[in-house]
Design a protein around this ligand. Structure first.
Ligand SMILES: *Cc1c(COP(=O)(O)O)cnc(C)c1O
Length: 427
């Protein structure tokens, strides 16, 4: 980890060219890498030497960009994945296998909830979902002897709940397991979960990090603080020899700072192959170079929009953790004093019909399933992502039929408010 401030890490982290080398990270558009002798290559296959041999496992472009995100989060090792879904799957499956159990916050992103609750259950992994607002007693009661990890989101998408990272880290560590935090919405510009006791950070880089709706991607960062060997009986995959790598024990050979990502690359990426393309990694890096400039504008615009809506007579509620009076305002102030994210959700006194009318009349804000983009985008979940659900099912998912999710971009706040204002005249 470099000692530079986050703003400098966004611009220059992960890649320092030598004399006469390209200033920008080169796109290494090659599936494979050449060696003089079979012996040279054998060393790489045995993890005896580090180097590149096949892009499914490692690629120099991806490694530079992963190193930048690692530096931004204050981690010891990182890897890119093809999507945020792949990042969360790998992060959990790297330590929880068939017969194991994971404690997760109940307000996580719908795609992650499906991954855990439906698909990973089919793989024999059990999940207990707890409210992010649960007491320490309730949280501790969720653990079982076979629990291998705790999972939550810094700011949940789209619920906008804020995770009490220290509370979750304390419970995880008391039970000898790591805390995994999906930091997609806050980004390391606003929150660095590792500083608060989190062990593994994941990202959908598709959102603010890319920031321009250009490429789907993910990232996993290891904070290097979790002592796997101290809990060796829980983590045999890291603490006992891997037969598929000539008996290497990851936690011994790569240490506390390198074991998790090396195993995740050597086993999971080798076998599942959800790599990010070097082209997308290059685009992601362009996004990262301005992340620290864009995030404050996203937050500023969202606060202006939230304040405007809060005072509007046709609006029934506004949820935004950066707004004073919000249920999560105090927690957000603690973990994200410089800003939260650009996403605001709100409802209408006129119910579902009012939300539908409002959506029809927006001109600048575009209707998209995407969030966290430079361009303002918005979604009415009850008629889009959650349209198969009836009102009772929506309520259970924490979504009211009139809820609109509004992801503020980096345009001028006055134009966003004017668009909302004219759409509201039709409601
Ligand atoms: C979008 C999102 C994901 C999934 O990421 P993809 O890149 O779409 O696969 C995971 N977690 C959060 C918080 C997200 O917003």
């Amino acid at each position: 980890m470099s000692s530079y401030k986050i703003n400098t890490k966004c611009v220059q982290g992960g890649y320092t060219p030598g004399n006469g080398e390209p200033r920008q990270i080169p796109i290494v558009q090659s599936t494979t890498f050449k060696y003089a002798t079979s012996e040279d290559m054998a060393k790489l296959f045995d993890l005896e030497a580090s180097g590149y041999f096949y892009t499914r496992l490692q690629n120099p472009t991806n490694d530079h960009v992963a190193a930048k995100i690692c530096d931004m989060e204050g981690g010891t090792a990182a890897m890119l994945t093809s999507s945020g879904q792949a990042a969360n799957f790998y992060a959990v499956f790297n330590i929880a296998n068939c017969g194991d159990h994971v404690v997760a916050s109940s307000t996580i992103y719908g795609g992650t909830y499906n991954l855990f609750h439906v698909t990973m259950r089919k793989m024999g992994i059990d999940f207990t979902f707890v409210s992010p607002d649960c007491t320490e007693e309730e949280l501790n009661a969720a653990f079982k002897p076979n629990t291998k990890a705790v999972f939550g989101e810094t700011i949940a998408n789209p619920a906008l709940t804020v995770l009490d990272i220290e509370k979750f880290a304390k419970a995880a560590h008391a039970h000898g397991v790591p805390l995994i935090v999906d930091n997609t919405f806050a980004t390391p510009v606003n929150c660095r979960p590792i500083e608060w006791g989190c062990d593994i950070v994941t990202h959908s880089t598709t959102k603010y990090m890319d920031g321009h709706g250009a490429g789907v991607g993910g990232c996993i960062v290891d904070g290097g603080k979790f002592d796997w060997m101290a809990h060796a009986e829980k983590f045999p995959g890291l603490c006992t020899p891997d037969d598929s790598y000539h008996g290497i024990t990851y936690a011994e050979k790569f240490g506390q700072g390198g074991a998790f990502i090396t195993k995740c690359t050597a086993q999971l990426m080798r076998d599942f192959g959800s790599i990010q393309s070097p082209q997308n990694a290059f685009l992601l890096n362009l996004g990262l170079e301005s992340l620290h400039v864009r995030m404050p504008r996203h937050c500023e615009n969202a606060l202006a929009v939230a304040k405007y809506l809060k005072a509007h007579p046709k609006i029934s509620f506004v949820t935004f953790p950066g707004l004073e009076g919000d249920k999560y305002y105090e927690l957000a102030q603690k973990y994200m004093p410089d800003g939260t994210c650009g996403v605001v959700s709100f409802g209408f006194k006129g119910g579902r019909a009012a939300a539908e009318t409002f959506m029809k009349h927006l001109q600048l804000a575009a209707i998209e399933t995407h969030v966290a983009d430079a361009r303002t985008c918005t979604l009415h979940p009850a008629s889009a992502t959650h349209r198969q659900m009836n009102d009772e099912e929506l309520a259970a998912a924490g979504i009211t039929p009139d809820l609109v999710r509004f992801s503020c971009g980096i345009e001028d706040a006055a134009d966003l408010i004017a668009d909302i204002e004219q759409a509201l005249t039709h409601v």
